[in-house]
Design a protein around this ligand. Sequence first.
Ligand code: 5RP
Length: 233
Amino acid sequence: MTPDEQKQAASRRALDYVESGMKLGLGTGSTAEHFVRFLATHVTEKGLDIVGVPTSERTAALATRLGLRLTHLDETPYLDLTIDGADELDSQLRLVKGGGGALLREKIVATASDRMIVIADESKFVKSLGKFPLPVEVIPFGCEVTMRKMVDVAKDFGCSGKIIRRADEFDVPFLTDSNNFIYDCHFNLLPDPDGLSAGLNRIAGVVDNGLFIGIATMAIVGTVTGTDIVSRS
Ligand code: 5RP
């Protein structure tokens, strides 16, 4: 299977974990969008009672177009299950997320859920995290100072490399759904993901970072021949 077919296969298999009556967190990104499409068809075909909390405006727009019933965390603070993609995952189900810039809402929604299932193609399953640049959501006010502090904290946890503010080809900064910047940290290797995550989040000006540790409960990984289940080792 191609990577996109693997994403679709993982998304389709995730439907096995959806039951009528569930409150679902709906992730962001191309894999999560496959899932949302399959979910909409499944809900109609089986007549399921499902309500979703989207993790981005993009997912909200897609789910609305497809006729899924949506709510928000203020109305529905406890969710049964979140299903979302990832940029990287390791055998301990530690994740790097935020390639689509939605890491903050994704983390809020995932941690409001009893369980989080990651859906991904096999290229995302890595021995060690860090090849994918780690996204960090930063408040625009004083962002250069915040970035310099991120460099120092990174050093403390054995990381070095360029930290680049995400922008388009005209250098217009990317803005998250919460109107913050994303800095992508090109560290290549994260020797201490737990320490780094906690250290970054202690900096005033950092809203959150794309490391999801101790949050995912299972992953469904599409492979060339089918799908594999990964549970926390
Ligand atoms: C968005 C994310 C996505 O889950 C991640 O970027 C994976 O995206 P895709 O499914 O398109 O490969 O974290 O913020």
